[in-house]
Design a protein around this ligand. Structure first.
Ligand code: SF4
Length: 330
């Protein structure tokens, strides 16, 4: 079996696939209050195309997929896509990132499928702060979903984007959730994928600042073994059931073992989060390419994957990073 190896010997085995650019929240670190110019429906990949792309990539060694958005559950019959992907024997893991506002009613169906983990994006434990960050009054629904997910058989991770001036006062509250719950809370550095570009902030909450801040409240926490290509550096407070982690997404100290590629909801192939897209997969698909032709395109494209996110950003042709994360999928 051919596999996807990049110029630095990294094997690509993880696809992050965005199923829509639509979202029911308006998080300040992801898009402007007015939202983004969503694309016409026919510009979105169909579920059939997504299934085919995943099958062909799985024949090249991709065995893990994360379904993202926008908000994946906003797309009609999203569960249908998850069902079809669950039939792909080459996939070991199907994971989903959601903002939780629509997931509650689908939890029992997801438990029947090949879904291993749910990443719940929640940046505040306070309803009014949640409203300020997301510009939508959906805290109660998201919290209900959190409580239901805790009871489910699905692995649960919380994604918390650490935003200077918004939620840094809640970092320790989030860590406290791991005392009694076997969940993983991951703190993510804020990035400029917000429709405007790098936000001016008083304090730069990067990996070290977040870790030191937690160290100010806990004097005993131990590193937790994280998989080779894990994006998160994980720790467990002594005696706590769960763990917390920090994802240096903007300081980009995780690139050496990067095993990821991304495909946006419109079919843009990205070798790295920070590049501006390397080819239009939708055009190749809709021009009648065979599976073998598709495989060759994937192999050729991964052979140009940049060493790290800084190189990817430097090679951009459409200007600095500012596009909304809702158009990429995280
Ligand atoms: S910044 Fe790019 S190279 Fe680095 S981990 Fe992210 S996707 Fe991989």
């Amino acid at each position: 079996m051919n596999t996807l190896i990049d110029p630095f010997g990294r094997q690509i085995s993880y696809l992050r696939l965005a199923v829509t650019d639509r979202c029911n929240l308006r998080c300040q670190y992801c898009m402007p209050e007015k939202g983004i110019d969503i694309v016409p429906r026919q510009e979105l990949l169909t579920f059939k195309e997504m299934y085919r792309i995943t099958r062909v990539l799985s024949e090249l060694g991709v065995n893990k997929i994360r379904l993202t958005g926008g908000e994946p559950f906003v797309r009609k019959d999203f569960i249908g896509l998850v069902k079809s992907l669950s039939h792909n024997d080459r996939l070991d893991q199907i994971n989903i990132t959601t903002n939780g506002a629509l997931v509650k009613d689908h939890i029992s169906a997801l438990e029947q499928l090949k879904v291993k983990s749910i990443n719940l994006s929640i940046d505040s434990l306070q309803p009014e702060k949640f409203l300020r960050i997301t510009r939508r009054d959906q805290f109660a629904r998201v919290w209900e979903a959190y409580l239901e997910l805790l009871k489910s058989s699905l692995q649960l991770k919380l994604n918390v984007v650490v935003q200077s001036g918004f939620n840094t006062d809640e970092i320790v509250d989030f860590v406290k959730l791991t005392e009694k719950e076997d969940i993983s809370v991951r703190f993510i550095e804020e990035m400029p994928f917000n429709g405007k570009g790098l936000r001016e902030v008083k304090e730069n909450w990067d990996f070290n600042k977040i870790l030191n801040h937690i160290g100010g409240s806990y004097d005993q926490f131990d590193p937790v073994e994280s998989g080779k290509s894990s994006t998160s550096r994980n720790y467990r407070v002594k005696g706590y059931k769960g763990s917390f982690g920090i994802i240096p997404a903007f300081t980009r100290t995780i690139c050496n073992d990067c095993n990821r590629i991304r495909i946006t909801a419109t079919g843009l192939f990205k070798n790295c989060l920070f590049d501006d897209g390397v080819f239009d997969l939708k055009e190749v698909l809709r021009s009648g390419a065979s599976d073998d032709e598709l495989k060759q395109v994937f192999i050729d494209t991964v052979s140009k994957k940049p060493r790290n996110g800084f190189e990817a950003e430097a090679n951009r042709t459409i200007g600095g990073v500012s596009e909304s994360m809702s158009t990429i999928g995280g």
